[in-house]
Design a protein around this ligand. Structure first.
Ligand SMILES: Cc1cc2nc3c(=O)[nH]c(=O)nc-3n(C[C@H](O)[C@H](O)[C@H](O)COP(=O)(O)OP(=O)(O)OC[C@H]3O[C@@H](n4cnc5c(N)ncnc54)[C@H](O)[C@@H]3O)c2cc1C
Length: 306
């Protein structure tokens, strides 16, 4: 048996869930781009993830966790290593906090939309800002996702982590280093789940606010095309979209990658864009915006692969 077959067999033995090999990333990324991933696996429990990580580390095989792929560009050469999809970890439960607060416990693979829907059903306030953000709990925590004046860090009570050493650890919010669109974690750390701290609120107000946010997003964002949300961070609080629009780049196109005509900070895939076209457009935007405004834009989207 050759080495590649050996490797595949080992992964299949460790992971009860699905294991895909030589899998095209463009089937998964929200932008619809990216080359082949050596292995994409879907563990079904945290114990499976721990066994998998121990195997990968001892064999020096690179790996990365992925959630809903909505903030991710995989380059056209694909990813050499293993992407660990958290999407099968879907536990979700509610509990009371002594002080009248409500604790919402969610595993990393739960979509944010499920948390928002549950909050609306149960009249819980705190999660409204996540309405319309298409990420998972794990991805949203790693990115400290935010919108309309709130961020994940505002509602996090604690996070369950699988550390590179192989041990599980619960980190309370005061020990976590959140910043704008980032949670600082050592490389190879995996977010397994989290507890969110919410409050009882007025059912109509919560449903109304959630609807209002979804409507605003529909109006402002080019949801008719594949995209990865905001491409750039807002430098020093200045909206990157405004800088891009003022530089005259709205609608600019390289192949099928286009700066959205609706929102300057979105790049959309107009059909068959490649990661290269998108990355070239990103480079061009950075260059033009810097020349015109002096702001050096940094990407918010994560770029992986070769
Ligand atoms: C239409 C649209 C609108 C959006 N609007 C917003 C918005 O308003 N605000 C905002 O902040 N973002 C927004 N985004 C971006 C994106 O949805 C968020 O960043 C989201 O939180 C990413 O979650 P994900 O599960 O898709 O992460 P992925 O894209 O899968 O991964 C993102 C990063 O997180 C890491 N990661 C994923 N899961 C884990 C885990 N379990 N443990 C450790 N690391 C992990 C990955 O390795 C990667 O580095 C938008 C995207 C789209 C397409």
């Amino acid at each position: 048996m050759d080495e590649a077959e050996d490797f595949r067999d080992s992964l299949r033995n460790i992971v009860n869930g699905e294991a895909l090999f030589d899998e095209p990333a463009d089937r998964h990324t929200s932008l619809g781009v990216g080359g082949r991933i050596d292995a994409l696996v879907f563990p079904e429990s945290e114990a499976e993830i721990a066994r998998l990580v121990a195997f990968l580390r001892s064999n020096r095989i690179p790996f990365l966790p992925v959630g809903n792929w909505t903030n991710l560009i995989v380059r056209d050469g694909g990813y050499r290593g293993v992407l660990i999809a958290l999407s099968r970890l879907r536990g979700l439960s509610l509990g009371e906090n002594g002080d009248g607060g409500i604790l919402l416990k969610a595993e990393a693979g739960v979509p944010l939309s499920e948390l928002v829907n549950l909050s609306v059903r149960e009249s819980l306030t705190g999660m409204e800002f996540c309405a319309g953000i298409p990420g998972s709990v794990g991805g949203a925590i790693r990115m400290n996702a935010g919108a309309y004046g709130s961020e994940i860090k505002d509602v996090i009570a604690m996070v369950r982590l699988l550390e590179p050493s192989g041990g599980f650890r619960i980190a309370t919010s005061d020990t976590l280093c959140f910043s704008y669109r980032n949670l600082d974690l050592p490389p190879e750390t995996i977010i397994i789940g989290a507890v969110f701290r919410l409050r009882r609120g007025n059912a109509e107000e919560i449903a109304g606010r959630t609807r209002e946010i979804i409507e605003k997003r529909r109006e402002k964002h080019p949801l008719e095309f594949r995209n990865a949300g905001s491409v750039f961070k807002n430098p020093q609080g200045v909206p990157a979209g405004r800088l891009i629009e003022e530089t005259g780049l709205k609608g600019m196109r390289i192949g099928d990658a286009q700066v959205s005509e609706k929102h300057g900070n979105f790049i959309v895939n107009r059909g068959h864009a490649t990661a290269e076209e998108i990355l070239n457009l990103i480079a061009l935007i950075r260059q033009r915006v810097f020349a015109a405004t002096g702001y050096a834009l940094e990407t918010e989207v994560k770029i992986i692969g070769e």
